[in-house]
Design a binder for this molecule. Structure first.
Ligand code: NAP
Length: 149
């Protein structure tokens, strides 16, 4: 996905992994980036922000807590983003099957990886720039029954 310099990106779930790498790449390409972690723990994203000349702002939000998303939306209310990218997600254990996964774990995966990203896109929609892009990267996999979207 390309996004020209001077544009703005909102990257949700960027403390590590692909979200962190995408945030770093967009920053390197000249975008202004707002990116999120979960909780108060210091992450590599905070270190990246320190060397970003103010072009990377770190926010904290848990996408499975609608009250946090709503409060965060209100804090962002004057911002507009050319790219809204929901990357936040959890992964089930390797080899875990539908037959042996606990219902609680399955529900947690579905809430985090399916319901919450859609809720976030809807809740933040008024922050999207005209002709902006929404993107979601997520994952549901149980013994070869995979849905990536
Ligand atoms: N890696 C793959 O092969 C692959 C393949 C297909 C799809 N995906 C999907 O692509 C996305 C990124 O994958 P990845 O391998 O980079 O994952 P990762 O290293 O596990 O990173 C997941 C990111 O999402 C954040 N996150 C998790 N739950 C959250 C929540 N409730 N609220 C807010 N943030 C939350 C994590 O924050 P914390 O640090 O606080 O946990 C972390 O920043 C995920 O959605 C994954 O399911 C990955």
């Amino acid at each position: 996905m390309t996004a020209p310099a001077g544009k703005t990106a909102l990257m949700i779930g960027a403390s590590r992994g692909l979200g962190y790498a995408l945030a770093a790449e967009y920053l390197a390409r000249g975008l202004r980036v707002t990116a999120t972690v979960r909780g108060a723990r210091r992450t590599g994203l905070h270190d990246l922000a320190r060397s970003s000349d103010g072009r990377l702002v770190v926010e904290a939000v848990d996408i499975t807590v609608p009250e946090q998303v709503a409060a965060w939306h209100d804090r962002l209310a004057r911002a507009t983003f050319d790219l809204l990218f929901v990357n936040a997600g959890v992964t089930n254990g390797p080899g875990e099957t539908v037959a042996d996964v606990s219902t609680d774990t399955f529900v947690r995966l579905m809430v985090t990886n399916a319901l919450s990203p859609m809720r976030v896109v809807e809740a933040l929609q008024d922050l999207a720039a005209r002709n902006g892009t929404n993107a979601v990267m997520s994952y549901l996999d149980y013994q070869g029954q995979t849905v990536c979207w």
